[in-house]
Design a protein around this ligand. Sequence first.
Ligand SMILES: [Ca+2]
Ligand SMILES: [Ca+2]
Ligand SMILES: [Ca+2]
Ligand SMILES: [Ca+2]
Length: 454
Amino acid sequence: MSKMVRKGWKWLSVIAVGCILFSGAHVGISHAGPVNVAAGKSFTTSGTVSGNPAFITDGDKNTANYVDVTQNTQWVQFDLGSSVSLNQVKIWHYFGDGRTYHDVIVRLSNVSDFSSSVTTVFNNDLNNSIGFGVGSDAEYAETSAGKTINFATTSARYVRLYSNGSTSNGYNHYVEVEIWGTAQPQTMFDDFSYSGSSDSLLGTHQWTVRTGSGGPGPAGVSWLANNITFVTDPANSSNKLMRLKVNTNGTGASTNQAEIFTPEKYFEGTYAARVKFTDSPTVGTDGDEVNQTFFTISTLRYDNDPLYSEMDFEYLPNGGWGITSSAMTNTTWYTYSNNPPKDDFVETDHMGSYAGWHTLVVTAASGVVNYYVDGTLTATASGKYYPRTKMAIDFNHWFLSDGLMSQSGTRTYAEDVDWVYHAKGVAMSTSAVNAAVANYRAQNIKFTDNVTSN
Ligand SMILES: [Ca+2]
Ligand SMILES: [Ca+2]
Ligand SMILES: [Ca+2]
Ligand SMILES: [Ca+2]
């Protein structure tokens, strides 16, 4: 089969052609670095507020513009929305007369009611009247510089500030609060720790296991849920691997394949997976042309859809598409047409065996797509090929449509996937991805996803 009609096998419903506004904007790119994550945030409090509550995080440090919280021991609390790596809090109480507030305490937690996992980073309650222990920090007079509280980087979602009136009166007043940390991108991580393809957690985690018929693959092929299994990692008994198996007896009707994919909610950022490619069948005679993949893809709404987006790692252990050796192909798509068959993509091929485990990373950021295998750049794409719409994350394993050996006898191939990771809006190095995965595993996190689709 010519590469020019690579997509010719796709079974897709074609919807009416409409007027499409091309969106060339690159949105959602954020940059790592310290940020005041409290800016503009509202707060909750144990007391009653008078004055404009927005004053507390509006950036204005004029001491006349303060929030008043009722007297005696009270707290104000900020919800940062998700866990943030924090290392500094700055507080400006009312400082017009150089007064000193009592029992200033700063606590961090990932639990909104501070019933557990609390870190106290400042405490000058010297007589333990609040009950968190005798504070070791000194009382201080308020100034226009505010109070800077530095501490070892701590991951927390909630920040609670206590005070207990001042040397002037029993009330508590805030001119401004800043909470400094490194904003963390939205991420998805899955270690593929499931009991099987019918595990309801797969659906809970937004995975769809493909069943039924249709391309890609030889005419007559079917897709079986049972071709996706979860096996114990032979190198680590506490880890599971997702296995995608394919089988054939040499005819389309005897061929079954495997695919699993997410909703189309991912766009710019980093996509990564640890994948084990294989050069030989686990059963039967070697030689069929199989495709072992990790890719992102959007729906082709109609032929030549200008928003169509796709980024592929495709490993061909027995060649195919005119390639006569094993090869890793990285392909970035602009669009394609089913009728007449026409493809528009850029592709980089690396000949040779990629059997064994590899960390695959593709980044889409600032108009450039970069593919990496084990940290080595393998392909780049840009311009019109840069993704233009949200995509699914997809793994499939399939036989090329004219790639079956004609002989009978069962042949089975396997592709294993250890984990998949996405960080929204940031281009990460392979070593940074590996560190993120190691961090999830240190916390025994098998799955997490706070990636929003906008
Ligand atoms: Ca203010
Ligand atoms: Ca006290
Ligand atoms: Ca082979
Ligand atoms: Ca795993």
